[in-house]
Design a protein around this ligand. Structure first.
Ligand code: KG4
Ligand code: ZN
Length: 336
């Protein structure tokens, strides 16, 4: 292995077109993210066909900007990494095709990365000394899980959602309140002005380390619909905070229980919902009380970005996993 291993990483699994240059899995020289939020906002969510068409328009410029910002040309990179799942098939296809073409043209290795392993690796960029083993709480728009990260490439699922992902439930609550897309940051902001006074009809579940967010989302929707039918005002701020506290308390309690019972001393949070301010505040403070070290990625590495893919790719390459070739296809339902 060369002294400095420089990876060009590409991420197009949903509605962000992103490219990044990452050195030795830990140093991010550039991380360009072209968001399509403005385009999808008017539809209230991501429209897959529209997303893939916009990736096609954006990708070449995004890659060139990432190279330029790092002061690189294509000739300076040692490998190309790409997210090949999970995600929207048409969106993944754009990144995968682009990466295959670059790998073939430059005759450099192609590294296929699982999007969720990428989210976990966002923390390796934020904390240069962080190494497994640890417990990871994955909270994104498509996944929610507690994972035992035994090594860079060995993960074991301890618990996961049985229905909706936590980010998805934030988005759906935002939608019923008319807050727009993506909903998580909007619920987060409004919750800061609210009071935690609403007792939603709580499903009586005993799920161990698993989660269920569909019932919580439905409880909020039913609460709002009842007020609408009675033509009463909707206390949006209180609804946001009461829902957020309900979700955050469960995420904190289960990840701390898992960490303690499995004998770990670190909890690492990954995925878009790691940007949530209530989750950050509560988990930091509860971990401190339990003598557990707690890690949240820098904000730029919370939601989808290519730098996290470049970091995960480096550790995959070191262990000889994920090495792909021109036969690589996207896997929209790739599991953890
Ligand atoms: O990880 P991510 O960027 O994409 C997926 O891999 O799914 O996560 C996006 C999710 C969305 O559901 C979004 O609403 C949520 O992360 N999110 C938040 C916050 N920022 C993003 N949820 C709650 N609070 C936030 N501040
Ligand atoms: Zn993601």
């Amino acid at each position: 292995m060369k002294k400095d291993f420089k990876i060009l990483a590409i991420e197009t699994s949903c509605d962000e077109t992103s490219a990044s240059i990452v050195v030795n899995g830990r140093t991010c020289l550039s991380n360009i993210v072209s968001s399509q939020i403005d385009i999808h906002t008017r539809f209230g969510g991501v429209v897959p066909e529209v997303a893939s068409r916009n990736h096609i328009t954006a990708i070449d410029n995004v890659v060139k900007l990432a190279l330029k910002k790092a002061n690189f040309t294509f000739r300076d990179i040692d490998a190309i990494a790409v997210t090949y799942g999970a995600g929207l098939v048409g969106s993944l296809l754009v990144g995968v095709s682009y990466a295959k073409a670059v790998s073939y043209a430059l005759n450099i290795p192609l590294i296929a990365v699982n999007h969720i392993y990428g989210h976990i690796a966002g923390n390796y960029l934020s904390f240069p000394d962080l190494v497994p083993p640890f417990i990871c709480l994955v909270v994104s728009g498509g996944h929610t899980a507690i994972i035992e990260v035994k090594d860079f490439n060995h993960h074991k699922i301890i618990g996961s959602t049985l229905d909706d992902a936590v980010g998805e439930s934030f988005d759906k609550v935002a939608r019923v309140l008319g807050l727009g897309y993506p909903g998580g940051p909007k619920v987060d902001a409004l919750a800061k002005k609210g009071k935690n006074i609403i007792q939603f009809a709580k499903p009586n579940d005993n799920l161990g380390y698993n989660f269920s967010f569909s019932g919580k989302k439905t409880a909020v929707i039913n609460y709002v619909h009842k007020l609408e039918q009675a033509e009463k005002p909707i206390p949006k701020e209180d609804i946001c905070l009461s829902f957020e506290r309900w979700v955050v308390d469960e995420l904190c309690q289960k990840s701390i229980d898992a960490c303690k019972s499995l004998g770990y001393d670190k909890i690492v949070v990954a995925g878009g919902v790691s940007a949530n301010s209530a989750l950050r505040e509560s988990l930091y403070s509860e971990c401190e009380q339990n003598k557990i070290k707690c890690f949240f990625p820098d904000f730029q590495f919370c939601t989808d970005n290519a730098a996290m893919i470049g970091s995960a790719a480096y550790y995959a390459y070191l262990d000889g996993v994920g090495i792909a070739d021109v036969s690589l296809s996207p896997n929209p339902s790739l599991s953890l």
